[in-house]
Design a protein. Structure first.
Length: 122
C-alpha cells in the first residue's frame, strides 16, 4: 500500500491590468505552471483557494480553472487582505493535493509576484 499525504502548494502571479482576459490568462498561466512543476492532474487535486487583491474586480480567478477543465475540483475565491505597500494586482493560490509518489512539492511565483518568495528556486 502506498502512503499518501495531503500537501498544500502555494503560488502567486501578478496581473498586468484589471480585465477579465488578463485575470484569466494570468491565473491559467499560474495553474499550468503549478500543475506542470508538480506533476499534478485534476484527479490529484482536493481543492483550490484563490485570493486576489482589491484592485482586481473584473473576474473570478476560478473561472480560468474551470476553463482549464478543473470543473470537478472545489474552488473558492476570496479577497486578499489590503496590507499597505503590498504587491498590487496579484492573484494567489493555495492548492490542496495528493502529488504523485516521489514528487517534491514546488511552489510557483511568477512575474512581479516572484518577489514574494525570493527564497524559493524558480
Amino acid at each position: 500500500m502506498s502512503e499518501s499525504r495531503l500537501h498544500a502548494i502555494r503560488g502567486a502571479i501578478s496581473v498586468p491590468e484589471d480585465t477579465s482576459e488578463a485575470i484569466r490568462a494570468a491565473t491559467a498561466q499560474l495553474l499550468g505552471e503549478l500543475l506542470g512543476r508538480n506533476g499534478l492532474t485534476a484527479e490529484d487535486l482536493v481543492s483550490i483557494i484563490f485570493t486576489s487583491t482589491a484592485d482586481l474586480v473584473s473576474d473570478f480567478p476560478a473561472v480560468a480553472a474551470r476553463e482549464m477543465g478543473l470543473s470537478g475540483v472545489p474552488l473558492l475565491c476570496t479577497r486578499e487582505i489590503p496590507v499597505t505597500g503590498s504587491l498590487p494586482r496579484c492573484v494567489r493560490v493555495l492548492a490542496h493535493c495528493y502529488p504523485p509518489p516521489g514528487v517534491e512539492v514546488r511552489h510557483v511565483y511568477l512575474g512581479e509576484a516572484r518577489q514574494l518568495r525570493m527564497d524559493l528556486p524558480e
